[in-house]
Design a binder for this molecule. Structure first.
Ligand code: 5GP
Length: 180
């Protein structure tokens, strides 16, 4: 079992529960995007496991891109000021984008990304997030495909980090004692 020194780690959403929900999201996207040129954009690093599982349930000839972003805030607080550390490799004009995020907390990061990507003239942009903390929303952003709503708690695993570690946990874990 995984342990985090001086913290209490418990399972909030099991690997099985995540897998079942991700499969449903993939099926929904498959139904809604048939016949369209779809680019799935993963936001690094947190979305990499979710993205890998999700796209295997999208039964369409999609292409994949990644954006690397770094927040100027500290590790656990979003400042909303985002720096692009790695950009898309291809133009996206006329393409249908699905942005894949690990978690939408204040909404500031995704709001910035939406603005940034919209200026590149895609045909449409939708957001797919595994997790959302509705209590923390500062910017209201439409989440078109959502895995789970969670309370205002700090979570790790399935791509999400705690001081860059524990991204490899196969479940979403709750860290008690982690400051936000
Ligand atoms: P937002 O801009 O929506 O406030 O923040 C989104 C980003 O904050 C996420 O992509 C993630 O990197 C980080 N974040 C927000 N809440 C959590 C959390 O509970 N756990 C972890 N590991 N990261 C979080």
């Amino acid at each position: 079992m995984f342990e985090i020194p001086d913290k209490k780690l418990s399972i909030l959403i099991s690997a099985d529960k995540i897998a079942a929900r991700v499969k449903e999201l993939g099926a929904e996207i498959t139904r809604e995007y048939r016949g369209k040129e779809v680019v799935v954009v993963g936001v690094l690093k947190g979305s990499f496991i979710f993205m890998a599982d999700l796209v295997r349930h999208i039964e369409l000839p999609i292409t994949l891109e990644f954006m690397g972003i770094a927040s100027y805030g500290d590790e656990t607080k979003s400042s909303g000021v985002v720096r692009i550390t790695s950009d898309l490799t291809k133009p996206i004009d006329g393409k249908h984008l699905i942005i894949v995020e690990d978690i939408i907390d204040t909404g500031l990061t995704i709001d910035y990304l939406l603005d940034n990507l919209t200026t590149r003239h895609p045909a449409s942009v939708k957001i797919c997030a595994l997790l959302h903390k509705p209590e923390r929303a500062v910017k209201q952003v439409p989440i078109d495909y959502l895995g789970f709503n969670i309370a205002n708690q700090f979570v790790v695993g399935y791509g999400l980090d705690f001081a860059q570690k524990y991204r490899n946990l196969p479940f979403i874990g709750l860290v008690e004692g982690a400051s936000e």
